[in-house]
Each structure stands twice: as structure tokens, then as C-alpha cells.
Unconditional design. Structure first.
Length: 237
């Protein structure tokens, strides 16, 4: 059974008020996501926080929902339910901090999973080609609630932009400037291993969303390639 099948069964019907869709509070409360498994919880976290991000600037754009739908390939059979959860999260009076704190507690024993939720949010925020200031402020706040310090946030953020904009490739890899070649290779290999699909799935990232969670690998590879070609010639040896 795919994560979407489990999600459909768990969420239930909004019109018939079955499953957690029986009430708005239940549908959006991370405490009720566990029966669907951690991968379903991951997906619901991404839906709820994406919806809250869409209203972070005070205006809900249709393009923001389309950006989510482009990023997360939702089967047509559950599209209505996912859209309804998205809309309810936008309308709910509870602030995004409420969701972020609960999601942080849900995955407290797996900070890597929280990082992948943040990855998904970055990927969705950049779906229109840029990350707006209000979205960046939102992402920074969610990151802080998840327990990441400013340096870690900057590293994650740098992995979602194109290096040609002047981003330091050392920052992308989480290294000190002019780190030795051996350290660059070691950290790069750790990052590649960390983003292996099997490892991500074991942490609760649904197989259907692996592309979202690993999107930043392109920036990591680009940073390593830049250091190999230009700044750290010894890496090529």
C-alpha cells in the first residue's frame, strides 16, 4: 500500500466526516498522524506547513497551490482530499508555529527527518523560480522551531540556490573556508550516503517524495564539482 493509499484511508471523507477528517482539529493535529505511519506523517507535515507558508505573506495565491501540486505528485484519487487539507490549513486560525512545534515533537528523535521536511518546504517555495522574502522568513522561523541554529539554516538554504549567484560552495557542504581536500571528500561522501533513497525511506520519507527530499543534492554535487575544478585541485587526484 502506497503512502497515498494510507493517507486516503486515514484522512477519510470530509463530506461524510469519517476518519480524522471528522473534524478540522483532528485532520490537522500531528498527534493523530501516527496511525498512518511515519511516512504518512511526513507527507501531512509537508502539506500543513506548505499551506501555512502559502499565507505567510497574507495573500493566498492559486499559483502556490499549483506549486505544491507540481512538486508533490498527487494521485487523482486523493487529490481532492489533499487539496481540502491544504485549504483547511490555510483557513485555520492556529498559527504555523503550532504545527511546527507539534511536528518537531513528533519527529524529536529524528532531526534528519525534520531537515527533510524543511527541504520539501524549500523545494516548494522555490517552485516559481525564486524564494520570496516572506517565505524565507517563514522557513527561518520553522527551522528555529525545529531546533536548527542559524548556521545550519544557512547551510540548508544555500543548498537550494544556484551557485552562480555567488553562494560559497564550502557553506553548501557545511565546511570551513579552505578546508583540506581530504575533509571535502569525506564530508561530500557522508552527504551522498545521507541522501541515499533507502536511508531516507527508513527515516520516514515516503518513496513517492524522495525526489522532493533529495532535490538539494544537485546543489551539493555542484558545490563539490566547483571545489574539484577550481578551488581544491587536489580533489581531482
Amino acid at each position: 500500500m502506497s503512502v497515498w493509499d494510507r493517507l486516503s484511508s486515514m484522512v477519510g471523507s470530509f463530506s461524510q466526516r469519517t476518519g480524522v477528517a471528522g473534524s478540522l482539529a483532528n485532520a490537522l493535529d500531528p498527534d493523530n498522524w501516527l496511525p498512518g505511519g511515519k511516512d504518512a506523517a511526513f507527507t501531512l507535515a509537508l502539506i500543513a506547513l506548505s499551506a501555512k507558508m502559502a499565507v505567510s505573506d497574507g495573500v493566498v495565491q492559486a499559483s502556490e497551490l499549483r506549486a505544491f501540486q507540481r512538486t508533490v505528485d498527487i494521485p487523482s484519487a486523493i487529490e481532492h482530499q489533499v487539496q481540502k487539507v491544504f485549504e483547511l490549513a490555510q483557513q485555520d486560525v492556529a498559527g504555523y508555529e503550532f504545527y511546527a512545534r507539534k511536528i518537531g515533537r513528533f519527529f524529536f528523535d529524528s532531526p534528519e527527518t525534520l531537515e527533510h521536511v524543511l527541504d520539501g518546504l524549500f523545494h516548494i517555495a522555490s517552485a516559481d523560480g525564486m524564494i520570496h522574502e516572506s517565505e524565507l522568513d517563514y522557513l527561518k522561523s520553522v527551522s528555529s522551531i525545529f531546533g536548527f541554529d542559524a548556521a545550519r539554516f544557512e547551510q540548508i538554504a544555500s543548498q537550494h540556490v544556484v551557485l552562480d549567484t555567488g553562494v560559497d560552495p564550502y557553506m553548501v557542504l557545511g565546511l570551513a573556508p579552505n578546508a583540506p581536500a581530504a575533509e571535502v571528500r569525506r564530508v561530500y561522501r557522508l552527504l551522498v550516503a545521507e541522501h541515499h533513497p533507502d536511508r531516507l525511506i527508513a527515516k520516514g520519507v515516503p518513496e513517492e517524495l524522495i525526489d522532493v527530499a533529495t532535490a538539494r543534492m544537485a546543489a551539493i554535487n555542484q558545490a563539490y564539482g566547483k571545489l574539484t575544478r577550481i578551488q581544491v585541485p587536489a580533489l581531482a587526484s
